[in-house]
Design a binder for this molecule. Structure first.
Ligand code: TRP
Length: 332
């Protein structure tokens, strides 16, 4: 077994993520590479088809997401960057783990309930067993840490429960993973309704910043952000959700603690808070956007990266699957 701890995370190949996805997940994926971890980062296209997809658009967005991860700073020579469907072990382990997961557990998943309402015309079995596929992603690599946004906590819990159940039945096959939920800025809220998480499905586009928004749009959206009528800048998410959200975003991008950010804005008005936050975000995203646009034109390179990633991922995943097949008695 490797000495370094293993990190794994996954991202759906869905268009352009928001500032919330970036702060809550992607930015940390790149930062974690500098520590003493072996990182596996996966574009989860098998998860994507739990809702209806256009095949050509899915192919394109999968490659776009690979480019995005590279632009966010994932280094393909130290991390394994791969596409889920390239490593067939994910689907194979999912079948086995489906047989170790109770319907009662899956019935409790809030994301399934939410998505069933949103996609009432397509409540398919894949949407239902989505958490089992996610558990397979994690457990195949013997992952110790799983960086995810707060909304994925329940899925992580069920992955742990499945792993513990399997280990108890057959002897240790899996490392029991822990979540890695970011210290700061774990939840970026809507700029228009700061009681809600920032989301791309917000009907009001001023509520969210997309990673690929151009600087003029980012500035405009921050200027329109909802605040309050008090006029003083301090962090109090209950009483001042809008201002607190801006302070939290500012502190992440200015590399400050929240108290440092409060001190920085002492005596200044909301206009300053909005403009400086926008400028800090723009300065961070501009080089990322540039790299992304350059990489989109380098399909050959992107394909090389994911071919190598798939080979590396498969090497690890195959070992785990072989052990599971043996333990269950499938290796006749
Ligand atoms: N369900 C996660 C999300 O929607 C994506 C995901 C799939 C994932 N497999 C994973 C995250 C494994 C972490 C680990 O954000």
């Amino acid at each position: 077994m490797a000495h370094k701890k293993t990190i794994l995370s996954g991202i759906q190949p869905s268009g352009s993520p928001t500032l919330g996805n970036y702060v809550g997940a992607l930015r940390n994926w790149s930062l974690l590479q500098q520590e003493d971890y072996e990182c596996f980062y996966c574009v989860v296209n098998l998860h994507a088809i739990t809702v209806k997809q256009d095949p050509e658009a899915l192919r394109r967005r999968t490659m776009d997401t690979v480019a995005l991860l590279l632009a966010c700073g994932i280094n393909p020579s130290t991390s394994t960057l791969f596409v889920q469907s390239h490593v067939t072990e994910h689907a194979e382990l999912t079948w086995v783990l489906n047989c170790y997961t109770y319907m009662g557990e899956l019935n409790r998943m809030t994301q399934f309930k939410d998505k069933s309402v949103k996609h009432a015309d397509n409540i398919n079995a894949g949407l239902y067993t989505y958490p089992v596929l996610m558990a397979s992603d994690i457990l195949l690599y013997q992952s110790h840490l799983v960086p995810v946004g707060a909304d994925q906590k329940q899925h992580l819990e069920i992955a742990r429960d499945i792993a513990i159940r399997f280990n108890n039945a057959h002897g240790d096959a899996f490392v029991i993973p822990d979540g890695y939920i970011p210290k700061a800025g774990g939840r970026v809220m809507s700029l228009q309704d700061p009681s809600q998480k920032m989301s791309k499905s917000d009907p009001n586009p001023n509520g969210y910043i997309a990673i690929m928004d151009d600087p003029a749009d980012i500035l405009k959206k921050f200027k329109r952000a909802v605040t309050d009528s008090e006029g003083s800048i301090h962090f109090d998410p209950q009483a001042k959700p809008g201002v607190s959200n801006l302070l939290a975003i500012y502190s992440v991008f200015a590399n400050m603690t929240v108290p440092e950010a409060e001190a920085h804005f002492a005596g200044k008005g909301y206009g300053h808070l909005k403009t400086e936050t926008a400028e800090a975000v723009i300065a961070d995203l501009a080089p990322l956007q540039q790299t992304y646009n350059k990489l989109l034109a380098e399909e050959g390179y992107l394909r090389e990266v994911i071919a190598k990633g798939a080979a590396q991922a498969r090497a690890r995943a195959a070992q785990t699957l072989a052990d599971v097949y043996h333990k269950v008695g499938l290796d006749v």
